[in-house]
Design a protein. Structure first.
Length: 162
């Protein structure tokens, strides 16, 4: 038996998608105002945002950006030409190419991230609430579906009135 998706679940998911897209579009505009293309900003953020001890290999960056390897290489080529990043060979594996921020890239990234954090702090609550609405509605719907399934099977659990 297929579970029925409620109108509230459709609304909650639609609202979440709207807020995420608005947040991403604002980020693109903020990056452009700083003189970066959105993909350039995302590359800088991916490099700077790696966990301590992780190296910014092209494979890792391609994964973080959801790009193909060759597209990531092309983006890094352009960023290196502008002096935003620098490539080096891995210490242990000389075949590995690592990417690091140059001072110019670090400065631009900090400018964009500072603005993005201000925007997130002022509008982020709506995004968090929207995620909560999707989660809560999903939990309620899942509980309803479980009750319906158990009812159909004749396995409704007895209440525990402790």
């Amino acid at each position: 038996m297929a579970a029925r998706i409620t109108d509230g679940e459709y609304h909650a998911l639609s609202e979440l998608r709207y807020l995420i897209r608005r947040f991403l579009q604002e980020g693109d505009a903020t990056a452009r105002q700083a003189g970066l293309e959105p993909q350039q900003y995302l590359l800088l953020l991916a490099i700077r945002g790696l966990e301590p001890g992780q190296e910014a290999s092209i494979r890792k960056l391609a994964d973080r950006l959801a790009l193909r390897h060759h597209s990531t290489v092309e983006l890094i080529d352009r960023m290196e030409a502008h002096g935003f990043v620098k490539r080096t060979r891995g210490r242990e594996d000389r075949r590995q190419v690592l990417v690091s921020l140059q001072p110019r890239g670090e400065k631009l990234l900090e400018k964009v991230v500072a603005q993005r954090l201000v925007e997130l702090r002022s509008h982020g609550r709506a995004l968090v609430e929207s995620i909560g609405n999707c989660w809560n509605r999903g939990q309620s719907a899942a509980a309803r579906r479980t009750r319906l399934r158990d009812s159909a099977r004749g396995t409704i659990p007895e209440h525990d009135d402790r």
